[in-house]
Structures are given as structure tokens and as C-alpha cells.
Design a protein. Structure first.
Length: 534
């Protein structure tokens, strides 16, 4: 029987405690040569919670975790949850401007960091941050044996000392309905918003994920190569803990190390980006390198890897398309593992939670659409965020009165209860009076033999919005804009034919915790400049 918190829902401490009672010696985290059991993980989180409490951390305080995938990340997060504090996820790839913005606006009271990770000068990054952004931080906890004794002009606390704190028997203040973790949105033109999630929703979604993805099966082992600091990696980790699976962690993704971990630990579940799976396959010479993997879910971020499902299929790995977002957590939906290749290559699918729902609304009329009608996806369920932290206006704009999140994604629902993601709403083009998904034009252009990859954006011209294409020519192929334009005119309506097609060696990208994404805003700027010079 599962304990429930007053007011409904389950806390993270209760979820972990339940696993400890069922199988205390079962492995929870395998890191390097060390194995941490579920009983060990609970005891460590209790000790660290006591240590944080003695440093003045309590309910509602924000604690910034600036660490890679090490067990300490999970321990600190679970310790914060016990205290009712809020963990602020900081990507180790972030630098001074990003770190300063997040620490300053979140009001983080405490920062945990690994100064020597990968030889990066994290202390120097902090030194470059405006002092006003760090005003709320009153203590820094340092991880690793090469930790400095002073950071930000104050004496540091070693994580190892914190982990040896005597456990407190004080009443835990973390409640099921309280916020426990914040993630930043991936905005590119505005400061990112802070997505706040509560304990009950995280635990409920974790249990749904465990059941759907097989994390509750005997001998289940999950490769944790995607970062805890992003909703993709975080949701996978919570699902593993909720299901009692063993989690094999890598501090950072390395294809060879990941392949070795899959083989040596007999990994059964792997999730990641299309780029990660491409690198994994390239690192292995065997025809079927991963026979123990029973489920492999992926997110599609790179247009040039549109064939990754076919490539993986030929190597014995059945990739399954996923769907998620910061506001509803990752692994919100997935395609059927036994579906055909074309279906599994599509993002979206069936809802992981039986309590979730997806609907589609016409962005112009505001009317709800039936199956097949294309519009903005709205999603509900236990994994919906509590709010955008301290941003009532943005929260009100994102959440409907009946509890759905306006995702900002274009898609449609299907008669079988699933849905299909098409693109971000901001990427949709209104051409010739019709809403056009740029992926439709991109797919057609990529069908030409001279094209390796394609991105289509909209640029305002004298006759309104016009599509402009950027293509990466296939190696050895001679680029011809006229030939590609003819290819488009022969296969698509006139209003979909790009006004210009420009060759580029690569697309501008940004790398976040969930993968590498193409910066379409930069492509719009490039298109405007190139057309202006023509």
C-alpha cells in the first residue's frame, strides 16, 4: 500500500520510502564502480536534508544545483524535497550571462557546484557574473576533491561533509502539493521562464512512466546519459525511481562510454535525442550492438537525422518517437513500440498517463477542432506544472481555466486517442491564406538528390510572408537553386515554393539539456540579410 500525503498526492520522500520497504538492497544508482541501493539513497537524502537545514534552507527556499549526472544531483534534489525547498536546475553548459540571470531571478539562496568538472573554470564563470545577481546566495557547496575553500568571497562547504551530517528526526516539511523543482524554458529571444513543478505531479507522472516504459519490470536498467538538469533526463530518472529500476549514470554523454555501459550493465531502457542515437550507432561496428535494449525512445531535434529510425532499425534497435515539454514534463506521450517505422518516427503518440488528455484549438477562431483538424495542442494531466515561478501573467496565458496547458505546438488528434506533433506554432507559416507546416516543404526539398538537410522559415516581403529555404548540399553534389525551385514547383502548390533557396555549410544551433536545436530565429535574420543584399 502506498502512503499518501495530507491533501492528496504522494511526496517524493514517500515514493522513495515505499521502494525502500519493498526492496531496500536493490540498486538504485550505479555510477562508475559504485552501487547505491534504494536504502542508501534514502539515508543519504535524509543526511543531506539535515545538513541543508542546518545551513538555513527551509520550505520555499531555492537551491541551485549546477552539477552533471552524478548521484549527488539526485541526493540533493530529494533532500530539498524533504525540506520543502525548490531545486533550481542549472545546466553545466551555461556560462556567466545565463547563470547570472537564473540565479538572480530565481533568488537562489544556495549554490552547489563541481569546480573541476571537465576542466571548466566554473569559479571564473561565477566571477564574471554581476554581483547583484548573486546577492541572495549565502553559501556555496562544492563537489569533488579539488574543491576550492572559497567561492564568491565566502568559505565553501564540502559536499562530502554535508553528506556526513547526522540525520535529523525533525518533521519533514515537504508537502505533496508544494513546488520542488524549477526548469528554464528554451526561449531564444526573451529571458527564459521558470517552470515550477510540484511533488505530487512529479510522483504521479513518474509512476505512469514506470508502468508504460517498463521501469517497474524485474531487472530493468535505465541508461541515464541525458542530463538531470533537463526535463528529459529528470523525468526518466524519476520514472526509474518510481518503478524500482537501476539507473546507470554517466556524468556527460560519450558514445563509446555509453555503448560500453549498455553492454556491461545489460541496459534494458535507453532514451535520448536523435543525435545521441546516431553517435551510439556510429561508435559500434557490430550489426546488432544492443540486444538487451527492450525500449529506446527518442526526441527528433536534427532534420539531417530524419532517417535515424530506419538506420537504427537496420541495426536491431527499434526507436520510438516521444513527446514532452517543460510545462508537462518529458515522456508525456510515445508511439507504440510495435508500430511501423513511419509511425515510430513521428513525435507524439499515445498518452502515458490514463488521466491525461490532449485537444486541439484553432489558433485564430479559438474553436476546438475534431480529429485531424490542425491547430495548437493543449495538454492536461498530473504532470502539468504548478506555474511559471513568480510570473502570474505568463502563467495565466499558458493555463486554461479547466487545467490545460497551451503548448505552443502545432498538431492534430487522431481517432485512436493518440495525437501527432507537427511543429512549433511559431514556425507555422500562413501562405496563400493557408496554414503551412514548414516541415512539409522541408521534406519535399530533402527528397532531391542534391540536398542533405533543409530548413524553411518565413520572411516578410512586399507581398506578405514568403517561405525561404536553407539547404545543406549533399557532399559531392553541385548546388543549383534553379533546379531545386523547379523541383518544388513540380511537387507543391505555388504558394509553398520558396522565394529563395540558399546553400549553407551547416545550420546555426544551440545545445541544451535535452539536445541540440536549430536556431530558426537566426535563420530568419540570415534570410533577411541575404535577400537585402540580392
Amino acid at each position: 500500500m502506498t502512503d499518501r500525503a495530507p491533501g492528496g498526492g504522494e511526496t517524493l520522500a514517500q515514493m522513495l520510502g515505499g521502494q525502500c520497504r519493498r526492496a531496500p538492497s536493490a540498486p538504485a544508482v550505479i555510477h562508475g564502480g559504485a552501487t547505491i541501493s534504494y536504502a542508501d539513497l534514502e539515508a543519504m537524502s535524509r543526511r543531506v536534508a539535515a545538513g541543508l537545514g542546518r545551513l538555513g534552507i527551509g520550505a520555499g527556499d531555492r537551491v541551485a544545483i549546477w552539477l552533471p549526472n552524478v548521484p549527488a544531483w539526485l541526493v540533493l534534489f530529494l533532500a530539498c524535497a524533504r525540506l520543502g525547498a525548490i531545486a533550481v536546475a542549472l545546466n553545466t553548459r551555461f556560462r556567466s550571462a545565463e547563470v547570472g540571470d537564473i540565479l538572480g531571478r530565481s533568488g537562489a539562496k544556495l549554490l552547489i557546484m563541481w569546480p573541476g568538472f571537465k576542466g571548466i573554470d566554473f569559479t571564473g564563470i561565477l566571477d564574471a557574473v554581476d554581483g547583484a545577481a548573486l546577492a541572495a546566495i549565502h553559501r556555496v557547496i562544492v563537489y569533488g576533491h579539488d574543491a576550492p575553500s572559497h567561492v564568491l568571497g565566502q568559505r565553501t562547504v564540502a559536499y562530502d561533509d554535508l553528506a556526513r551530517s547526522p540525520a535529523s528526526h525533525d518533521r519533514e516539511s515537504g508537502a505533496a502539493q508544494s513546488g520542488c523543482v524549477m526548469f528554464t524554458t528554451s526561449g531564444t529571444t526573451k529571458a527564459p521562464k521558470f517552470v515550477l513543478h510540484g511533488q505530487a505531479g512529479i510522483v504521479a507522472h513518474g509512476r505512469d512512466v514506470a508502468a508504460r516504459f517498463g521501469y517497474d519490470r524485474p531487472a530493468a536498467k535505465v541508461l541515464q546519459a541525458i542530463p538531470f538538469c533537463g526535463v528529459f533526463g529528470f523525468t526518466q530518472a524519476i520514472g526509474a525511481l518510481a518503478g524500482g529500476a537501476a539507473m546507470v549514470t554517466l556524468p556527460a554523454f560519450d558514445a563509446e562510454a555509453a555503448a560500453n555501459a549498455i553492454r556491461s550493465h545489460l541496459i534494458t531502457q535507453v532514451n535520448g535525442s536523435d543525435e545521441m542515437f546516431a553517435r551510439l550507432l556510429d561508435a559500434c561496428e557490430e550489426p546488432h550492438p544492443f540486444p538487451t535494449v527492450a525500449f529506446a525512445g527518442y526526441g527528433n531535434f536534427s532534420p539531417e537525422l530524419a532517417d535515424i529510425v530506419v538506420r537504427a532499425e537496420s541495426r536491431g534497435l527499434a526507436l520510438v518517437g516521444l513527446y514532452g515539454a517543460s510545462e508537462i514534463l518529458a515522456l508525456y506521450a510515445c508511439q507504440p513500440p510495435d508500430a511501423d517505422v513511419e509511425t515510430r518516427a513521428t513525435m507524439g503518440g499515445g498518452l502515458v498517463s490514463p488521466r491525461a488528455a490532449v485537444r486541439v484549438r484553432d489558433p485564430e477562431t479559438g474553436d476546438l477542432l475534431g480529429h485531424g483538424g490542425i491547430g495548437e495542442l493543449e495538454a492536461s494531466g498530473p504532470s502539468v506544472m504548478l506555474e511559471y515561478f513568480r510570473n502570474r501573467q505568463a502563467t495565466a496565458a499558458a493555463l486554461t481555466a479547466d487545467g490545460f496547458v497551451r503548448t505552443g505546438d502545432l498538431g492534430h488528434t487522431n481517432a485512436d486517442g493518440s495525437f501527432t506533433f507537427l511543429s512549433r506554432m511559431g514556425d507555422v507559416l500562413r501562405l496563400g491564406g493557408f496554414l503551412v507546416n514548414p516541415a512539409e516543404i522541408e521534406d519535399h526539398i530533402q527528397g532531391h538528390a542534391m540536398v542533405e538537410g533543409c530548413q524553411v522559415i518565413g520572411v516578410q516581403g512586399p507581398r506578405g510572408l514568403a517561405p525561404v529555404a536553407f539547404v545543406i548540399p549533399r557532399p559531392g553534389a553541385a548546388f543549383s537553386e534553379d533546379a531545386l525551385a523547379d523541383h518544388c514547383r513540380q511537387g507543391m502548390a505555388r504558394f509553398k515554393v520558396p522565394a529563395r533557396i540558399f546553400p549553407v555549410p551547416s545550420f546555426p544551433t544551440t545545445t541544451g539539456p535535452n539536445g541540440t536545436k536549430i536556431q530558426r530565429a537566426k535563420l530568419r535574420v540570415m534570410a533577411a540579410e541575404l535577400i537585402g543584399k540580392a
